[in-house]
Ligand binder design. Structure first.
Ligand code: PAF
Length: 264
């Protein structure tokens, strides 16, 4: 496995990769959810690139950029073990040699749900995803279903801007107790982890009233939303095939979702 951090090294290593090239973009602090993305990419493509870049553009002032876990030494063996051929670990000045004045907008899809709580977040995500797509030049990119709104924004960006990259969604990986894996789970105390299980239990009811009742009854959990939405537009609709939930557990904001039927 080749590990590079400059644009020139990436370009040279990318040029040497054979066949259909997959990318898995991450912000590091890899867990089994990321490993699953890399393994699926490995199984389906000829070459696999992983990017590890904690993107400042998608964090607002006061969010958790400073305390976000960083542990490249542990991440690299996980990438290798899951079958990555090339890992790109740029610093912010490599990705943003100048302050980006021109950015991609996620549009209205970026303003609702997670975007309402985190203004500008999805603009920062689609901007870096497009830049990394230009730098890596993948044929296919794998993203987790766990971040369903991010996935919808990326799909829309790729479609609206005619980016020649196929986007593949990989099902959410969960702890044995049902908690969707997230690098932010590390912020939870044991008690908070137990409380956070109510998110997946609420989704499993597949019912808004029953789910909200469970969430409201859980001490230490502050529900933001539980809604049925269209998985492409995130419009709230009674027959939406995606159930999305967000709640604050202590100071940690957690999200999860459940597809009620296959997405067309
Ligand atoms: O999901 C993430 O880890 C990030 O939002 C992504 C897609 C790598 C962009 O920084």
């Amino acid at each position: 496995m080749n590990v590079v951090s400059s644009r020139a090294e990436l370009a040279a290593a990318r040029a040497a990769l054979p066949g259909r090239v997959a990318v898995v973009m991450t912000m590091g602090a890899l867990h089994d959810g990321h490993v699953e993305l890399i393994k699926q990419a490995r199984a389906e493509a000829d070459s696999v690139v992983v990017t590890i870049f904690l993107n400042p553009l998608q964090f607002a002032a006061g969010e958790d950029l400073d305390r976000y876990p960083r542990r490249l030494e542990q991440d690299l063996p996980l990438c290798g073990g899951a079958g990555a051929d090339l890992v790109f670990t740029p610093t912010p000045d490599v990705v943003y040699p100048t302050t980006p004045v021109v950015r991609v907008s996620a549009g209205p899809l970026g303003d609702v749900f997670e975007g309402a709580s985190r203004p500008g977040h999805f603009d920062g995500v689609v901007t870096v995803v497009l830049k990394l797509m230009h730098l890596v030049r993948p044929d296919v990119a794998y993203f987790g279903q766990k971040d369903a709104q991010q996935l919808a924004c990326i799909r829309r960006m790729v479609s609206d801007l005619d980016v020649p990259v196929e986007v593949v969604a990989v099902p959410t990986v969960r702890d044995a107790d049902g908690l969707a894996l997230s690098s932010r789970n590390e912020y939870l105390t044991d008690d908070q982890h137990r409380s956070a299980l109510v998110l997946s239990r609420a989704l499993a009811t597949r019912d808004l009233a029953a789910g909200r009742a469970l969430l409201d009854a859980e001490a230490g959990v502050d529900l933001d939303y539980l809604e049925r939405v269209d998985p492409h537009t995130f419009e709230v609709t009674p027959d939406g095939s995606l159930l999305v939930v967000a709640a604050r557990v202590g100071t940690t904001r957690l999200i999860d979702n459940l597809l009620l039927e296959e997405v067309a």
